[in-house]
Unconditional design. Structure first.
Lengths: 247, 282, 345
């Protein structure tokens, strides 16, 4: 029997779901091995009976955290997809400011309304246990399809533990540093095939910093390029605002 | 460089084998007996390893645990600890299921030449018993070719001991001395407690005539070697089987290098004298 | 074999004729750099390139290739070999030296049919360097020219008078000479002119200067295992493997399986790996036998200057300078490292 799969979204742009829809012919292959039971962007059915939950978006409200906990309870396997879900995403930038200020800036006079209550942004794994992650903003659908196939075959899919430079070099791209740009490739987890550098952009770090990212080295290296450690840090926090200790 | 011939072996091509028998040894380790298809022989030596394929999951190096028989072998035995995708998949196999096999690879223990006629001291830490069992049973099958045989065995706890029935049979033999120790005992445990090195000074070794065969976790070697040297053993008479990431098995992929040595080709069994000065070895 | 002299326009016609009949890969511009790629227009060929981002090893040992197809229900495995003939145009002598080194690695002991099949399918046209790259030191490594080297099928040299000397050195190379049947044969003067190009290249391809003979490297490294340079330089190392990946003599790889959507059939892939990457020497149980950056950093230099020498009689550095340019942290210049070891011996 095909596993029942539900796709849920939280605070995000829903671009990762769109990546799945954009799989085109491969989407039919995907549907040959799974049975989608809830997927707001693609179908009207809803269900509380599923094996695999695919979760997009970050958690920014208490009621979302509750909903996520309920999803976790029902799912045998939970996959977090996209930078919002795995890191907190760009949304996490708001954690640098007091919540009241954030609310006021976004909602103005309506900020006090109860349904607009907000809390510091959390990645999915800060609320519930996550079994697998597909990183990226947006995700690479090829990677998601690889993860799903591995999972269905009984294998634990692995995310690369080496920097993006590996894929960038294999793709024979010139290095962005040669053009005076600050690229986060040397610090960022690979797996996207160096999508941005292959299209002439620096790496924004959307797949998260490596466990052993040599940030100290990067800060020193900036000098060689006439850039500062502060400029580097500004680039890093876009997707990698640190998780506050103790929270 | 000569062009490849159409009939030339593809060194990456596994051959199928069928699971005949499997048994759980501990919470994490399982025993397997496989057989190659009819007409296919492995002809392995004690200490060699195989690259085991679970297609879709990958391939991993696993020591052969059985002793080769005189007439060549279709069958072989493995012990597999569940640590990754391939080994988890292996643990799910049932008799009749099939796997892919490449090998055997690597340098074996010199059971046929340098070891014959000598007293043998086997020092096995944890999973280290797996490849050494191949050598021990090879020796027991030709018992008259060797002198005294001593087996030192260390395990974390009594529940982590492998091949308990076989160990019992060894214990009953009068031509083999088996000494066991565990890091942490339980009330049923009647043998030694503590690190395996503590067993060495108790032995009445004849250092010139003894040959030591060692396999265990990376941390173990340094201490065991120190103790053996203290007992007067020469580095020329000590053989170690080392674990590394032997990905291709054929000296190409680079993962198993110990400085300049390929563990899959020059090892996994090394004479200590050959690697004493190799900095990454021990 | 007849050596011919042709002008630039004849060269263009000749390349066009090759493209019409064969699969041809040649050096072309890629943004403001150069790269080998499928050649469809003779005009796109850039024999004046200084260095390509990746070396031509990618045609023999690709970044990713399928080694096997499998069916896990039937437990069958089938080798996949790539043997479609092709011509490689514009390989520099130092890169040819690296290919010859890979030939040794993949044909000694356990012969690697996947590599050998691609290699056998290739006709390699080497072109003497016309523009020195900013970091090249092939002149220090003995690989500035093809003198004393082999493995190629043809050598092209741009002489100072603007003509090319076309020198086929194998049957495969001679087979490409058809369109040049009526071109004049190279005379002694042309061969002398080529020697002048070689002499100049030997001098000019030394943008970094190694202060010793390459054959002294194994001995130098033998006494440098505990030198502080490894720790010092590794402090800035990202462990990104860029130096490995752009290196023409690096060949380490990983094997990985991928399943098709039927979850039954799939393929085993070979992918480039690098000894600078953190997980390179880690085993399944989790133990990492080269967990420290400095240990990985040192390993690379020892492989280049000592281990490969011991195993294959070759220094695994041809002086292309790619690692120097590819290293964002600017710690990968082997000449700097080796010279410092020499000075502080």
């Amino acid at each position: 029997m095909k596993p029942r799969v539900a796709i849920f979204d939280f605070a995000c742009c829903e671009g990762c779901q769109l990546q799945i829809l954009n799989m085109e012919e491969e989407l039919l292959e995907l549907l040959s091995v799974i049975d989608p039971v809830e997927w707001r962007e693609a179908m009207s059915d809803r269900s509380e009976d599923y094996d695999i939950a695919i979760v997009e978006g970050s958690i920014t409200r208490e009621q979302d955290a509750d909903r996520l906990r309920a999803i976790r309870e029902r799912a045998k396997v939970l996959i977090a997809i996209g930078a919002c879900a795995t890191l907190g995403g760009v949304n996490r930038l708001k954690n640098h400011f007091p919540m009241a200020e954030v609310q006021k800036i976004v909602y103005g006079d309506a900020a006090a309304m109860p349904h607009l209550a907000t809390m510091p942004t959390r990645a999915i794994d800060e609320i519930v246990k996550v079994d697998y992650k597909v990183e990226g903003c947006p995700i690479n659908a090829q990677e998601l399809s690889r993860v799903i196939r591995a999972l269905l075959a009984g294998s634990a899919p692995a995310t690369p533990d080496y920097p993006l430079c590996v894929e960038c070099k294999k793709g024979e791209n010139p290095c962005r540093y040669d053009y005076g740009e600050i690229c986060l490739g040397p610090l960022t987890r690979a797996g996207c095939n160096a999508w941005c550098p292959s299209n002439g952009f620096w790496c924004f770090g959307c797949r998260g910093l490596l466990d052993d990212a040599n940030v100290e080295a990067a800060e020193k290296v900036m000098e060689q390029y006439g850039r500062t450690a502060d400029e580097l840090r500004e680039k890093i926090i876009l997707f990698n605002t640190p998780r506050e200790p103790g929270e | 460089m000569t062009a490849p011939r159409p009939d030339e072996t593809d060194i990456y091509l596994p051959r199928p084998a069928t699971l005949i028998e499997t048994e759980s040894l501990t919470a994490h380790e399982r025993f397997f007996r496989f057989e190659m298809d009819a007409g296919v022989e492995l002809s392995y030596r004690p200490g060699q390893f195989l690259e085991i394929s679970m297609p879709g999951f990958g391939e991993c190096p696993i020591s052969i645990s059985s002793a080769p028989s005189a007439g060549g072998d279709r069958g072989f035995e493995l012990v597999v600890r569940r640590v990754g995708n391939v080994t988890r998949a292996l643990h799910g196999l049932e008799p009749g299921d099939r796997i892919g096999v490449r090998g055997p690879f690597g340098a074996p223990f010199p059971v046929e030449d340098a070891l014959t006629g000598h007293d043998l001291l086997f020092i096995c830490g944890g999973l280290g018993l797996v490849p050494l069992r191949s050598a021990i049973n090879y020796v027991l099958n030709r018992r008259d070719d060797y002198g005294e045989v001593t087996v030192l065995l260390g395990a974390r706890t009594p529940a982590d001991r492998l091949f308990t029935r076989e160990l019992y049979a060894w214990k009953l033999r009068d031509d083999l001395v088996l000494e066991e120790t565990v890091d942490a005992a339980d009330p049923s445990w009647g043998a030694h407690v503590g690190v395996i090195t503590k067993l060495i000074p108790r032995l009445k070794l004849a250092p010139e005539n003894t040959r030591a065969l060692i396999c265990g976790p990376p941390i173990m070697y340094r201490f065991v070697l120190k103790e053996l040297e203290k007992q007067g053993m020469s580095a020329e008479h000590i053989y170690l089987s080392l674990e590394r990431r032997m990905k291709c098995g054929v000296g190409k992929c680079g993962h198993c290098q110990i400085n300049g040595l390929y563990t899959c080709r020059q090892g996994p069994v090394f004479k200590y004298a050959d690697i004493a000065a190799v900095r990454e070895a021990i | 074999m007849p050596q011919k002299l042709i002008d630039q326009s004849s060269l263009g016609h000749w390349v066009a004729a090759l493209i019409a009949e064969h699969k041809v890969y040649g050096v072309q511009a890629k943004a403001d750099r150069f790269a080998f790629d499928a050649l469809t227009e003779a005009d796109d060929l850039r024999l004046d390139h200084d260095v390509t981002i990746l070396p031509p090893k990618k045609y023999f040992h690709p970044p990713q290739e399928i080694l096997l197809q499998f069916d896990r229900e039937a437990m069958t495995f089938e080798s996949v070999f790539h043997a479609e003939p092709f011509i490689l145009l514009g390989v520099h002598p130092y890169d040819m030296a690296a290919i010859s080194q890979l030939d040794k690695v993949f044909s000694m002991d356990h012969r690697d049919r996947h590599y050998l099949a691609r290699r056998e399918a290739a006709t390699i046209v080497v072109c003497d360097v016309q523009t020195a790259s900013p970091e090249v030191f092939a002149g220090c490594m003995g690989h500035a020219t093809m003198e004393g080297q082999s493995g190629h099928d043809m050598l092209l040299t741009l002489l100072d008078d603007g003509r090319y000397l076309v020198d086929p050195v194998s049957a495969k190379g001679e087979a490409l000479m058809g369109p040049l049947a009526h071109a004049p044969e190279a005379d002694q003067a042309a061969l002398q002119a080529r020697k002048r190009v070689w002499d100049r290249n030997r001098r000019q391809l030394q943008k970094n200067k190694l202060k010793m003979k390459p054959s002294e490297l194994p001995g130098l490294l033998a006494g440098s295992y505990d030198h502080p340079v490894w720790e010092e330089r590794a402090e800035l190392c990202y462990s990104c493997g860029s130096c490995n990946l752009v290196c023409p003599t690096c060949y380490c790889f990983d094997l990985r399986d991928e399943l098709n959507w039927d979850l039954r059939t799939g393929r085993r892939l070979r992918e480039w790996d690098g000894c600078m990457l953190r997980g390179f020497a880690a085993v399944a149980g989790g133990h990492n036998f080269r967990a420290r950056r400095a240990d990985r950093y040192r390993h690379r230099y020892f492989r280049k200057g000592k281990y490969t020498w011991e195993a294959y009689g070759e220094i695994a550095c041809v002086g292309c300078g790619r690692c120097i340019s590819a290293c964002t942290a600017n710690i990968a210049n082997p000449v700097e490292v080796f010279n410092r070891l020499l000075e502080e011996r």
